[in-house]
Write a protein that binds this ligand. Structure first.
Ligand SMILES: [Zn+2]
Length: 115
């Protein structure tokens, strides 16, 4: 049996790095409806081509959206943005039938203050 010398590796990465991707969730409000849509799908792990197909837009447009999103939510890469998306799905998703919303008021749409 080996005694792992790097027992410190068990440290929770949230504690170790002092980062919490979900803390970017409040910035999501600055995104447009389309950007939220792109980000939601990005959080599903889709690549540019799949995103383009899913949204019926050009790959180039997808890239432009992602660049804008990454900047707006204060991240550096699309991967970081995807992680924020996955963790903050309940903030982004406005589908009333979504089952991933933690006990949100059902029935009415919230947060969509129109434009
Ligand atoms: Zn959802």
């Amino acid at each position: 049996m080996t005694t792992r010398s790097e027992a410190g590796d068990a440290t929770c990465p949230y504690l170790r790095t002092g980062r919490d991707p979900r803390s970017a969730a409040w910035r999501l409000e600055s995104l447009t409806g389309r950007e939220k849509e792109v980000l939601l799908l990005l959080g599903m792990g889709l690549g540019n081509r799949q995103l383009a197909q899913e949204l019926g837009i050009a790959e180039r447009t997808v890239k432009a959206h992602i660049a804008s999103i990454v900047g707006k939510i204060g991240q550096e890469t699309r991967t970081q943005a995807a992680i924020v998306s996955a963790l903050a799905h309940d903030v982004l998703c406005s589908d009333p039938s979504c089952t991933r919303h933690p006990a949100k008021v059902s029935g009415r749409h919230r947060g969509h203050a129109a434009a």
